[in-house]
Design a protein around this ligand. Structure first.
Ligand SMILES: Nc1ncnc2c1ncn2[C@@H]1O[C@H](COP(=O)(O)OP(=O)(O)O)[C@@H](O)[C@H]1O
Ligand SMILES: [Mg+2]
Length: 466
């Protein structure tokens, strides 16, 4: 079946995706990774899958750059519709998932047990009705969610489940190898005829043939570029990679807006959850009324529904990057103030930290508590990152060194040995202290042991992989 909606030139992709659904429905678990550059039409293809998945339950999650700090945030989005079935899981799996999601207190869960729990949970759902799981912008998932979803993706066998990931190429996100080796579909640009048809649909009034040709040539079939670059055509196109040119085009749409409209857009960009209630409360604190909201909608760059949605993630990054540091801090402080410390202390602490550059013990202490919670969930690297940031914001040098040391410990436990050693040097450069010196020595000993083990294990792992 060809693509049913208004997507141009996606017949082959549409067929592949329809096949995936048919096979999943008949009980053979399916995985597919859609790869491609920003704006090439990956999310549009996910929307297509969602629209075609008649008879399926559909659950969806999307990575957001700022959310990658929070362990299991992405996985939680994906599983949240099914959490009422947790009691169907065997106790160790139930406890692991409950702890990972911060819903229960238990021993630090292993990724393996969380992975098993997710498999059981999804299989439980799919027993009732076939299931489609869509994970957009997987390059921005937090590393715990990535690891678990990579595990799950390799173990879907006779389940009525289709799992589709979207991965943006060319972004410098790390930790993406968890999808390596899975079936993939590279999403390419539209062909010349489709590119011209799409361009035609957005051109207002007559446009010089040479300008059209240039846009088509430079967009290389990228639909977002075809939709956005015509705005620039009059003044000639920027040099540089396509993605940054599209982003630049968004910046130029933002710049002339009134300052309160820009501030509202910035508040939305700084709020990674897309939570409308939170946004309106923060906007209220900032003294932004209905006018900037209407003006923002008028630009077509954002939609305010139950969830706040940017036209494209590049709009979010354009808004955030083009703002001044002072404004960014201001909106993060407002977002912190409207985030309930009893319900979401971690995002509150994170916003507070983004809202300040000068050391502040209260902010640092909050972050350090967030680190403890991340650690309890099993997010060691996340915990280490929060502790490092807490250390930077700690005014008192001895306490700062203690937090750096705690970060070094968490990095070592997570296997990030070089990072741990770097932090230990920072601790040494701080105020001298016998207890800390003893622990530095102790940790260095452990790290040296780990490094030898890694060195000895490497050849074995290589030959095992062959
Ligand atoms: N095949 C297509 N035909 C027409 N418009 C498309 C097509 N693919 C994508 N678009 C439009 O191009 C823009 C960018 O697509 P999107 O799916 O958001 O890209 P990506 O997720 O790869 O960054 C969207 O406005 C989308 O509606
Ligand atoms: Mg997308």
């Amino acid at each position: 079946m060809p693509v049913s909606d208004d997507l141009l030139g996606r017949r082959a992709e549409g067929e592949t995706l329809d096949r995936l659904l048919t096979q999943a429905k008949s009980g053979s678990g399916q995985v597919l990774v859609l790869r491609g550059e920003a704006g090439i039409g990956k999310t549009a293809l996910l929307d297509h899958v969602s629209a075609r998945a008649t008879g399926f339950r559909v659950t969806r999650a999307a990575g957001v750059e700022a959310e990658s700090a929070f362990p299991y945030a992405g996985l939680h989005q994906l599983c949240v519709p099914f959490l009422d079935r947790l009691d169907k899981l065997p106790a160790p799996q139930r406890e692991a998932l409950g702890t990972a999601f911060g819903m229960a207190a238990g021993p630090r869960p292993t990724r393996f047990m969380v992975g098993l729990a997710v498999l059981t949970l999804l299989a439980e759902v799919a027993d009732e009705q076939p299931l489609v799981c869509l994970v957009d912008d997987a390059q921005w998932l937090d590393s715990m969610s990535s690891a678990v979803l990579g595990f799950v993706a390799r173990r879907l066998l006779a389940e009525r489940i289709a799992l589709v990931f979207v991965l943006r190429e060319g972004s410098n996100a790390k930790d993406r190898d968890y999808l390596d080796g899975l079936p993939e579909l590279f999403v390419r640009g539209l062909d010349d005829a489709d590119a011209r048809a799409l361009l035609e649909s957005v051109l207002k009034g007559p446009v010089d043939g040479r300008v059209r040709d240039r846009i088509v040539a430079e967009a290389r079939g990228n639909p977002l570029a075809l939709l956005e670059l015509p705005r620039e055509a009059a003044d000639g196109l920027d040099p540089g990679p396509l993605t940054s040119r599209i982003e630049q085009s968004f910046v130029r749409q933002i710049e002339p807006l009134p300052s309160d409209t820009r501030l509202l857009l910035l508040t939305a960009a700084a709020e990674p959850l897309g939570d409308a209630t939170l946004l309106w409360r923060a906007a209220g604190l900032l003294g932004l009324g209905a006018d900037p909201a209407a003006a923002a909608v008028g630009t077509g760059l954002i939609e305010f529904g139950a969830r706040v949605q940017f036209r494209h993630p590049l709009v979010r990054s354009a808004v955030y990057r083009s703002a001044t540091a002072v404004d960014r801090q201001r909106v993060h402080r407002a977002l912190a103030d409207v985030t309930d410390p009893a319900i979401d202390p971690d995002r509150r602490a994170w916003h507070r930290a983004q809202g300040t550059t000068s050391p502040d013990e209260e902010v640092a202490a909050d972050l350090s508590n967030t680190a403890s919670r991340a650690q309890a969930r099993g997010g060691l690297l996340a915990a280490a990152a929060f502790l490092e940031q807490a250390a930077v914001l700690t005014p008192e040098p001895g306490r700062r060194a203690d937090r750096e040391l705690a970060a070094a410990r968490a990095k070592r436990d997570a296997g990030a040995l070089d990072a741990s050693l770097r932090l230990l040097s920072a601790v040494e450069a701080g105020p001298p202290d016998d207890r800390r010196s003893a622990e530095i020595e102790h940790l260095r000993g452990h790290i040296a042991f780990d490094q030898r083990r890694v060195a000895e294990a490497a050849p074995l792992l290589f030959s095992a992989a062959r």
